[in-house]
Design a protein around this ligand. Structure first.
Ligand code: S3P
Length: 477
C-alpha cells in the first residue's frame, strides 16, 4: 500500500516506522521543512513538508506524492486553541479530501470527544457531544472522514518515552487526586502507550476497517488507585486531593472508555495498563527521570538505598552484604537476580543472547527494583555502560563507587569463571586495565561517594558507605 501520513509527531512517526517495516510505501509529511529534513536524515521512508491548514500547500504535496491508497491525518494542533483546531483538523481534513479523492481516509481523534462526567462506561455508540469548542471541532473533522466511509481512531491520553505527565508531575510534586461529587476517588484515567496507539492505526488501516474505534488500554483505574500504586514505586507519599482542573485542555471528564470494539477486530495492547509499561518498556521510566533531572526544577527524589557500583572484583557483593548487615538493610545483587530469572549462569546468557541480551536483562532488573527501600544494591560492573540505566541508578539510592587497583581486581576475579568478559583472548590484567580506562569517567559522573579500597578492610569500606549514606539522607529530609 502507498500510505501518506500527515503529521509525524509522537504517534505519526511510530506509525510510519511500523508501516515501513511491514513493507508499505510510506510518505510522512510534517508541518515544517526543519522537521521533514530531520526525518529525511534518519528514516528510510520519504519525508516531505506540508501545512495541512493551507489548501495550496496540500495541493503542492499532492503534486509531489501522486495518488495514494490511504491518508492518515495525524497532525497535532501544537497546543493551539479553537482557531488552530479549525485550521489543522477541520480545514486540514477538507483540503486532504479534495486533494486525495481516490484515497481511503483515516483521522486520529481523541477520547476527549466524550464529555461524560458520571464515571460511566462509554463506547463508540455513546454520546460524543463535547462541551468545549475544541472538542466540537474534533467531531467535525471526524465527520468529514466518516462521511467518506473513512476510519476514525479516538485515542486516549498518550504516553511513552519522554512523555508521561502522570509520572513527571508526581516526581515534581505537582500531582493531586481531583475529587468532586461525581468522582470521589478522582477521575477515571484513560491512557494508551504511543507504541500501542501506532500499532492500532496500522491494524485499522491494514484491515481496511471503517467507522469509529476507541484506542485505549485495558486498565480501569481511578486517579487515586493509580497514584496509590505509583507513589510507593518511587518512594513518594501519595499526593493529596485537589479540585478538578476546569482549564484542562481535554476538558474535565470522568468516564471509562471501552476498547471492546477494537479488541474484537483482533488488536490487543502490548502494554495492557500503565504499570505494565513502567515495568516492561525499557525507556519509559528512565526517560521521565531524565526529564526531571535535566529540568532541575527540583532535585531528583532518591530512594533510601545504597547502590554499589564499580568494576568486577571491586568488592561490591562482599562489601554490600556487610553494609546491609550494619544497617539492618536487605541486600540484593543485580547479577544474582539476572541469574535467578534466567535460570542459567551469566556465561550462558552471554553465549546464548550475547552481551546485548544480558544488558537488556540487567536494565529490566533495575526497573524491578523501583519501590525498594532500606536495601543495599550491588550492581554488575558494566551497568553504567547503558545510558538508559543512569537515571534509574540515580533515583534508586546513594551511589558508592568502589575502586581498586588492577592487580587487586585481577587477584579477586581469578577464581571465578562466571565473568565472560574476562575469559576472552585478552589477558585479564590487560582487559581490566582497559575497562578502568573506558569506564572510570562513567563511574565518576554517577558516584556520590568513591572509596579506594586497596588499603581498607571490607568492613572499613562498608562503614564508609553506610555512614556517608546516613549523612546524605539525613540532610535531604
Ligand atoms: C560485567 C560485570 C559482572 C557481570 C557481567 C558483566 C561487566 O558483574 O555483570 O559479567 O561488564 O563489568 P560483577 O561486576 O559483579 O562481576
Amino acid at each position: 500500500m502507498k500510505i501518506l501520513i500527515i503529521g509525524c509527531g509522537f504517534v505519526g512517526e511510530r506509525a510510519a516506522d511500523l508501516f515501513h517495516a511491514a513493507g508499505h510505501k510510506v510518505i510522512g509529511a510534517t508541518h515544517s521543512s526543519q522537521s521533514s529534513e530531520r526525518l529525511a536524515d534518519i528514516k528510510s521512508w520519504q519525508a516531505l513538508d506540508c501545512d495541512v491548514s493551507c489548501a495550496d500547500s496540500v495541493k503542492a504535496l499532492r503534486t509531489q506524492t501522486g495518488p495514494v491508497d490511504v491518508f492518515i491525518h495525524c497532525a497535532s494542533s501544537s497546543k493551539g486553541g479553537a482557531e488552530m483546531y479549525q485550521a489543522v483538523y477541520v480545514d486540514g481534513m477538507t483540503h486532504l479530501c479534495s486533494a486525495y479523492p481516490e484515497a481511503r481516509m483515516f483521522y486520529t481523534s481523541s477520547t476527549s470527544v466524550y464529555p461524560q462526567t458520571d464515571g460511566s462506561l462509554v463506547d463508540e455508540k455513546s454520546t460524543a457531544e463535547p462541551g468545549k469548542d475544541t472538542g466540537r471541532l474534533l467531531r467535525r473533522a471526524e465527520d468529514i472522514a466518516l462521511a467518506h466511509n473513512g476510519c476514525v481512531a479516538r485515542l486516549a491520553g498518550i504516553y511513552g518515552t519522554e512523555r508521561s505527565f502522570l509520572l513527571k508531575n508526581l516526581l515534581e510534586g505537582k500531582s493531586g487526586i481531583e475529587i468532586n461529587e461525581d468522582a470521589a476517588e478522582g477521575r477515571l484515567l484513560n491512557q494508551i502507550h504511543a507504541d500501542d496507539a501506532a500499532a492500532a492505526i496500522v491494524h485499522l488501516v491494514t484491515h481496511q476497517l471503517s467507522g469509529i474505534f476507541n484506542v485505549v488500554d485495558d486498565a480501569d483505574m481511578t486517579q487515586r488507585a493509580c497514584l496509590e500504586k505509583l507513589a510507593p514505586l518511587f518512594n513518594l507519599p501519595v499526593p493529596g486531593i485537589k479540585p478538578p482542573d476546569s482549564a484542562r485542555k481535554r476538558g474535565w471528564t470522568h468516564k471509562r472508555v471501552s476498547n471492546a470494539k477494537l479488541r474484537t477486530t483482533g488488536w490487543a495492547p502490548r502494554y495492557t495498563d500503565y504499570f505494565t509499561a513502567l515495568r516492561d518498556d525499557p525507556q519509559l521510566v528512565s526517560s521521565i527521570l531524565k526529564l526531571v533531572i535535566d529540568a532541575g526544577e527540583k532535585p531528583l527524589h532518591r530512594a533510601e538505598n545504597i547502590v554499589l557500583i564499580g568494576l568486577m572484583g571491586s568488592g561490591k557483593s562482599t562489601v554490600g552484604r556487610i553494609a546491609a548487615h550494619m544497617l539492618n538493610f536487605q541486600f540484593v545483587d543485580t547479577d544474582h537476580m539476572i541469574v535467578d530469572q534466567a535460570g542459567c549462569s551469566i556465561a550462558d546468557i552471554f553465549s546464548k543472547e550475547g552481551e546485548a541480551g544480558f544488558r537488556l536483562r540487567e536494565s529490566a532488573v533495575l526497573r524491578q527494583l523501583l519501590g525498594k527501600k532500606h536495601t543495599v544494591i550491588a550492581t554488575g560492573g558494566g551497568i553504567i555502560t547503558q545510558p538508559v540505566n543512569l537515571p534509574l541508578l540515580q533515583h534508586l539510592g546513594f551511589i558508592t563507587w568502589l575502586e581498586a587497583s588492577t592487580e587487586l581486581l585481577e587477584r579477586r576475579t581469578a577464581s571465578n569463571n562466571d565473568r565472560p568478559l574476562l575469559r576472552g583472548e585478552e589477558p585479564p590484567l590487560v582487559k581490566l586495565h582497559r575497562l578502568i580506562v573506558e569506564r572510570s569517567s562513567l563511574y565518576k559522573a554517577l558516584a556520590d561517594l568513591r572509596i579506594m579500597t586497596d588499603e581498607l578492610s571490607q568492613e572499613e569500606s562498608a562503614y564508609g558507605a553506610t555512614e556517608s549514606a546516613r549523612i546524605f539522607f539525613a540532610k535531604r529530609k
